[in-house]
Design a protein around this ligand. Sequence first.
Ligand code: ZN
Length: 291
Amino acid sequence: MQQSDTIQRFIFDQKDIRGEIVHLNKSYQKAIHGHEYPAVIQTLLADALVSVTLLSATLKFKGRLSIQLQGGDTISLLLVQITHNQEMRATIKWEGDTENKALTELIKNANLVITIEPEEGQRYQGIVPLKGDRFNQFIEKYFEQSEQLPTRIWLVSDQQHTAGLLLQRLPEKENQIRSNEQDWEHFTILTETLKDTELLNLPNSELLYRLYHSETVKIFKPQTVQYVCGCSREKCENAIISLGPQEIESIKKEEEFIEIKCDFCNKNYHFDIVDLTRLQNLSEEKFQKNS
Ligand SMILES: [Zn+2]
């Protein structure tokens, strides 16, 4: 059974461990639509989309969370973003041949950047060198290094669907003696038995029962995840207007039309000479007002 686009949290009774399961279907399709990504790029993107969704459950305020790989030898940029309403978007840039290359080769020398941007308040950014050779390991190492929170992530994808499971040990509360370490080991060993096809295809309740049937698991209501780019013709027009009337004039001299392609959703915005002249007039008005 293919599942819809959801994130669902769960906790274990009397244990300081939390978990989440993410399934992306339509949102994943939207992210890859029209791009014709090479297989290795598509898998990386799928893993990144699921990871950012898994991490979004930790957002405790209105704002945005981003995972970014930057400065890789072949893949210069991977950016996935999600808001507190679980609206996500993604873009990836690479140069050169990706065929027969392992992921580690493509992202050699890249850094992992995690950014949290609250609508109000201080922006937080953590940058660490990439460690490991799979995307789940990058995120696990990040948590280990910068948050000191033991975290395990399982990721899987095919052409239609992508899914992930996160298990995280919660920080210990003061003055509490508990068998935290043993619990953590116990639950990670149980989760290691998870098969890719199970993560991809089993309904969450069945999957949790299959893994943890001797434990009491509390499952929360699933939340819907969507791919929302946020680009618009109006935003493109404003970008053109802000170039200034002279710059628009020189574009008009060289081109019969211009096209602005959105990096996130691949949509093309076309502006012909008539559009450009209208925007040039608006630009003139704007720049006169400001001078
Ligand atoms: Zn767009």
